[in-house]
Design a binder for this molecule. Structure first.
Ligand SMILES: [Zn+2]
Length: 116
């Protein structure tokens, strides 16, 4: 389950922010997860619940919010952006496969709520 590895990495980042800002407890974390990141939000939430209670002092009972980011690809042939989930690697505008992913693989920390 690679979601646990992601969760552990995110918790580490949040804890570093907490320490740097002299925060006592982090109560809520919001993540942005790309549509084609391969991360399953349900697994991520399950791993999160376990990890915050067992692996962290600053984040005990911390809530997790997940925002899904739409995946977008860009065609270098006709210079158009399009919906990756719908058309995958083939540009719907010109039929070219000279495309690359613009967004959709993210796993970013968007927001953190704390208690001082
Ligand atoms: Zn195109």
């Amino acid at each position: 389950m690679h979601e646990l590895g992601i969760v552990v990495a995110i918790i580490k980042q949040v804890e570093e922010i907490a320490v740097a800002n002299k925060v006592k407890r982090v109560t809520e974390v919001t993540l942005e997860i790309g549509e084609v990141s391969g991360i399953v939000p349900k697994y991520l939430t399950d791993a999160w619940k376990w990890a915050v209670d067992n692996r962290s002092t600053y984040l005990k009972g911390c809530k997790l919010n997940i925002i899904t980011l739409k995946a977008k690809s860009f065609c270098t042939n006709c210079e158009t952006a399009y919906d990756t989930m719908k058309y995958a690697k083939i540009c719907p505008n010109c039929g070219s496969d000279k495309t690359y992913l613009l967004t959709g693989k993210e796993a970013n920390i968007k927001d953190i709520k704390v208690e001082n």
